[in-house]
Design a binder for this molecule. Sequence first.
Ligand SMILES: Nc1ncnc2c1ncn2[C@@H]1O[C@H](COP(=O)(O)OP(=O)(O)O)[C@@H](O)[C@H]1O
Ligand SMILES: [Mg+2]
Length: 302
Amino acid sequence: MSGFVEKPEPVQVPGLVHLHTGKVRDLYRDGDGRLVMVASDRMSAYDWVLPTGIPDKGRILTQLSLWWFDRLTDLVANHVLSTEPPAGAPADWAGRTLVCRSLDMLPVECVARGYLTGSGLAEYEQTRTVCGLALPEGLVDGSELPSPIFTPAAKAEVGEHDENVSYEEVARQVGAETAAELRQATLAVYDRAREIARDRGIVLADTKFEFGRDPSDGGRLYLADEVLTPDSSRFWPADQWTPGRRQPSFDKQYVRDWLASPASGWDRHGGTPPPPLPDDVVAQTRARYVEAYERLTLTRWQ
Ligand SMILES: Nc1ncnc2c1ncn2[C@@H]1O[C@H](COP(=O)(O)OP(=O)(O)O)[C@@H](O)[C@H]1O
Ligand SMILES: [Mg+2]
C-alpha cells in the first residue's frame, strides 16, 4: 500500500475548477482554459506523500524552476504564461503558483543521466545496460558516464513506481518522430543545465523532464511541469564527489535515510504509512532545499 498518508482537501477558489491533486502540486483550470499549478510544501518519499510538509518547499521549487526556464528559452519553449495567482486565491499562493498552457502531456518521464546511480545503477549491475543502452565495464555508484544518456521511464500513478523503459518502447508509444524530439530536447537541456551547475560547484547527476503538446498551437512541443529542482534532479556538491559510494546530495535523500533508519520506527515494506517527520529532520531538509536554491541562483533565499 502507498499513496497519501493524509490526502489534502483542495482549496476552493471562485472561477477555478480543481482538476487534480498530485503528489506535490494542485492543478486547477481557470476561466480562460489555462492550467493553474500550485506547488505545495508536500514531500514524497518511498512512493508515499508524507504527513509532514517542508516549509517553503513549494515556493523554492517554483522559483528555481522559473530561474531555470529563463536559461533554457533558446533551447525549448516552456509552458509558463504568468506567475500571478488568480484573483481570489489565498495569499499563500504567491510565489508558488504558475499559470501555464494546458498541454496534452506526453506519457514519458524524460530522464537524462550524466552519472550512474539509483535505478540506473541497479539495472547496470544486473545487465551492464541502462534502459537497454550498453555501458562500459567497471562503472560504480557515482561514475560519470562517457556521455549523457536518455533513459526514459513510464509515468506511474501516485503510489506506484516509475518504470524504466527502452527508447524503442517510447517510440512505440508516442511515435518515432516524437521520441526523437523528446530525446534531443532532454539531452540539450541537460547539457546546458549541467554546465551551469558545474560553474556553481554542483554536479547535476541526473534529472527528469515532462513535455507536452499544445493543441491550440499546432501541436508544438513545450517543456512543462517543474524543471531542475531537487525533487526532479540529483544535485551533488562537486567538491565531495567520490565515485564508489553514495554521494551526499541536496535533495530528499536526508528524509529517505531517516525513514529507513531505526529512528523512524517505520518498516517501509510493512504496508503501514510512514510516520510524521521530527522537527530537526524537517529543518535539515528545508536547509538542503534552500542551499540548492542559493548555490544555483547565487542569490539568498528571501
Ligand atoms: N502544462 C501542463 N499541462 C498539463 N499538465 C501538466 C502541465 N505541467 C505539468 N503537468 C502535470 O501536472 C502534474 C504536477 O503535479 P505533481 O504533484 O508534480 O504530480 P506528480 O504526482 O505526477 O509528480 C503532473 O501530473 C504533470 O504531468
Ligand atoms: Mg511531479
